[in-house]
Design a protein around this ligand. Sequence first.
Ligand SMILES: Cc1cc2nc3c(=O)[nH]c(=O)nc-3n(C[C@H](O)[C@H](O)[C@H](O)COP(=O)(O)OP(=O)(O)OC[C@H]3O[C@@H](n4cnc5c(N)ncnc54)[C@H](O)[C@@H]3O)c2cc1C
Length: 450
Amino acid sequence: MDVAAMEKLRVAIRGTVLCPGQEGYDAVRTVPNAMIDRHPAVIARCTGAADVIACVRFAHENNLEVAVRAGGHSVAGKSVCEAGLMIDLSTMKGIRVDPVRRTARAETGLVLGEFDRETQAFGLATTLGVVPKTGIAGLTLGGGWGHLHAKHGLAVDNVIGADVVTADGRLLTANANENADLFWGIRGGSGNFGIVTSLEYRLYEHGPILGGAVFHPAAKALEVLKFFRDYSTTIPDELVIQGGSFNLPDGTPVFGIAACWCGDPSEGEKVLKPLRAFGPPIADAITTMSYLQLQGMFEAFFPPGRLTYVKSNFLRGLTDDAMQALSEFCGKSPSPFSFAPFLEHWHGAATRVPVTDTAFPHRQHSYNLMLWSNWESPSETEKNVRWTRECWNALRPYLVEGSYGNYVSDEGDASARAAYGQNYDRLVALKKKYDPSNFFHMNHNVRPTP
Ligand SMILES: Cc1cc2nc3c(=O)[nH]c(=O)nc-3n(C[C@H](O)[C@H](O)[C@H](O)COP(=O)(O)OP(=O)(O)OC[C@H]3O[C@@H](n4cnc5c(N)ncnc54)[C@H](O)[C@@H]3O)c2cc1C
């Protein structure tokens, strides 16, 4: 980029501007998925909404593609562009918890673990994801499935307001009363309508949790899957389960079922009894723990710097045929670091929200399939991607077209359309209103034109 333009950006923002070759540039452009290796022409480390507005104007003036980075966990690498402007929000970490109203106003550079820590200081929590380094912003704007979704809804369902910098550089408030159409669109429409600089969430009282996981040999996957299916249809909103094939840190291939009970502890002991008795498991790591401990349970399995490729779609149902097909791939991933196949059970409050209430459309009781392949060396990429695709192709007869956009590596117009389901046309109309030139397209993109 020309030096004069760069200087202009340096003067325009309070945060730091980084160019290729400068100290700190590589650390910020590097995202956790090592499959992504892009070099923005310039990175702006924003300190607040004023910097974000200045960045949007600068990108227009210099005709630059824009990528918005919050937690950087997009497996598709949507938060870093090649040769454009990377608008980095990751230093925007302000949060104010209101313990009386039970709300939190959070800047969008926060990651889950930071948010949870601040809210738990008041014994409060809301639904976010299950890996602490994931950004609250990308996760929430795309949906946000987590341990509390069945009791309180998805992360999007608990957003009560947001500040949004739109493509024309205005800062808009979005809530049920102001810019209500934009408020609808950001709750599931990802970053299509602007850069969200802060989010306000509803919070709930949550003390210690009964949770953890049970582990079975991967070779018993079919039996465990049948149990998982039958058990999942009986459980109340206080319990969230997910399960699938992965390796323990010592290399043992297992079919594990993770659980989080967020209700009355003695009732939880009763509800979890069948889960802990079935098999019996080779290990039972379910215990009472703090909510923060539970939220940190998966962290060690997802260190930054591994290569990641993900295929994901909702299953039509856990039929006997689908379980047979799934079981054939359990314990077979070429990498010991993969979670594949793996299932999230979606139920309860998140599935009682009418499909058109928010832009996020996946509201049915369901099982979300993830083939989350992780490996350590680029020399292993070809075999891991091939295996993931083979597995996905074999399972396709049992999958619906729709996917949870936050989980997919391979994207295209058709996949974006399917991910937004019946809300797609309304999202297109909103995109025409707020971003007719598709300025914000590094996301699960809704095109303003057919
Ligand atoms: C290890 C791991 C675990 C995960 N666990 C869960 C889970 O438990 N539950 C779940 O639901 N999802 C989970 N996800 C998926 C996660 O929700 C998405 O990857 C999400 O996009 C991450 O958000 P981020 O802010 O970290 O990502 P980023 O890569 O920074 O952003 C993702 C997308 O959102 C856009 N964006 C980010 N911030 C803003 C903003 N402020 N305004 C406008 N657009 C913005 C970006 O431009 C990009 O398109 C997980 C992902 C990983 C890698």
